[in-house]
Design a protein around this ligand. Structure first.
Ligand SMILES: Nc1nc2c(ncn2[C@@H]2O[C@H](COP(=O)(O)OP(=O)(O)O)[C@@H](O)[C@H]2O)c(=O)[nH]1
Ligand SMILES: Nc1ncnc2c1ncn2[C@@H]1O[C@H](COP(=O)(O)OP(=O)(O)O)[C@@H](O)[C@H]1O
Length: 390
């Protein structure tokens, strides 16, 4: 699908713009050219890949929101990602990654059958692991989650799933679910916008990447109410989470709760009960769920849930004290575990530093779209920075 490559010289590559900045990064047999075009109204990134073996250009599908286009520097972090440092924005907004061969990109490349790259924003600090709650229909997942949200509104946030099922009487679009048409949802899934999806009780359900990331961006711990297939997909993804399965005290009690809720037709109840048996069987799959909770007495079960969540509470505050100040850093050098950034203005903003080290070893897996766990620390002088290198 590629076009024939022109003679390759970085400084002559253009994307048809008046004002253009490019970086060319070699990765094995490929060269990634990251260009920034300043056309009349807005500027944006253009990405091209030169396959050096075949001397052809590939224009990849670019997933994810792109960095604010101003001016940037770039360096290869490892075989999976390129670090991009934006200038003239706050430090919180300045660190980005272009994922070129992460597990997510590999998966998307397979789905599309063509070349894919994906933007991911670097986020300072470590977020708490999201909590995946699964269990058969009618077991009380929604009831437990609603109690948690009511008691700790600033601590937890709900991942609002998309579904093709019709809303129930009291359900609000955008609050309980994003109610979606099947073709639009399938299209969004094919464009890599979903962390996971599954066919459940005859409908399509899925968690968009944005559903999880927007909760985490608010500094809240994200709660996902998804079925066992979804839990399996999240387990296989790069999102590190805590997995809880909620069981009923008995199958008879489950049936009674489902009927008492009065939201399904008899046919739908029968389908849910059939699926419940399969879900209960799968709850014991080795390595899938971290915790099983029996929801017999609601209050007792809720107390146990709270205990589990505080047990898994590994939250550490971000040390990004200068994250909000406007930064103008460019990449100076790189070691195995650190990238050193040099302030370009000479003038150091309040709380900032003339030189920063970005700790790459601290990066944790996250949903695509964000690279969390970034730690930065100031370095007083290049000499001190270099001491760290030696
Ligand atoms: N895989 C997946 N499952 C979901 C998602 N959202 C909801 N579900 C599951 O879909 C099933 C049906 O949910 P729902 O229609 O709300 O009915 P209920 O479980 O009877 O309340 C439940 O097992 C949910 O956990 C999602 O985004 N992904
Ligand atoms: N421990 C419990 N004891 C009795 N009824 C419960 C209990 N937990 C939930 N329920 C009720 O069971 C029904 C199903 O609960 P719901 O939270 O909608 O389940 P799910 O979200 O797992 O489908 C609701 O009517 C709810 O009020």
């Amino acid at each position: 699908m590629g076009e024939e490559a022109p003679e390759f010289r970085v400084d002559t590559i253009t994307f048809g713009s008046k004002d253009c900045q490019q970086n060319a990064i070699d990765v094995g047999d490929k060269t990634y050219v990251i260009g920034r075009t300043d056309d009349d109204a807005k500027s944006s990134f253009g990405i091209k890949i030169l396959d050096k073996l075949t001397q052809t250009w590939i224009v990849p599908t670019v997933l994810g929101a792109q960095p604010p286009s101003k001016s940037h520097s770039a360096i290869l972090v490892n075989d999976e990602k390129i670090l991009i440092v934006e200038k003239g924005v706050s430090l919180n907004d300045s660190i980005w990654f272009l994922e070129i061969d992460t597990p997510f990109v590999k998966q998307q490349r397979k789905i599309k059958g063509s070349e894919v790259v994906s933007w991911s924003k670097g986020v300072l600090g470590v977020a708490q692991k999201p909590v995946v709650i699964s269990g058969p229909s009618g077991v009380g997942k929604g009831t437990l989650i609603a109690k948690l949200m009511k008691e700790y509104p600033s601590k937890f946030g709900f991942s609002v799933s998309h579904t093709t099922r019709s809303p129930r009487v009291k359900e609000i679009d955008g609050v309980h679910y994003h109610f979606a048409g099947r073709s639009k949802m399938e299209q969004d899934i094919s464009e890599g916008e979903f962390l996971e999806f599954a066919h459940v009780h005859g409908n399509l359900y899925g968690t968009s990447i944005e559903a999880v990331e927007s909760v985490t961006d608010e500094g809240k711990r994200c709660i996902l109410d998804i079925d066992v297939q979804g839990a399996r997909s999240v387990r296989a993804s790069s999102l590190e989470a805590v997995f809880i399965f909620v069981c009923p005290p008995s199958f008879e009690e489950l049936e009674q709760r489902l009927r008492a809720r009065g939201t399904e037709t008899e046919e739908q109840i029968q389908k849910r009960l059939r699926n419940a048996r399969a879900e209960l069987d799968q709850s014991n799959s080795p390595g899938l769920f971290d915790h099983l909770l029996v929801n017999d007495d609601l209050e007792a079960c809720y107390e146990n849930l709270k205990k589990l969540l505080s047990l898994d509470d590994d939250h550490k505050d971000s040390d990004g004290c200068y994250g909000k100040a406007t930064a103008c850093y460019s990449i100076l050098s790189k070691t195995e575990s650190k990238v050193f950034l040099q302030s370009e203005t000479g003038e150091v903003v309040k709380g900032g530093a003339s030189m920063l080290a970005v700790d790459l070893s601290s990066l944790t897996g996250g949903a695509p779209g964000r690279t969390r766990g970034l730690k930065t620390h100031s370095v007083n002088s290049i000499d001190n920075g270099l001491k760290g290198i030696r």
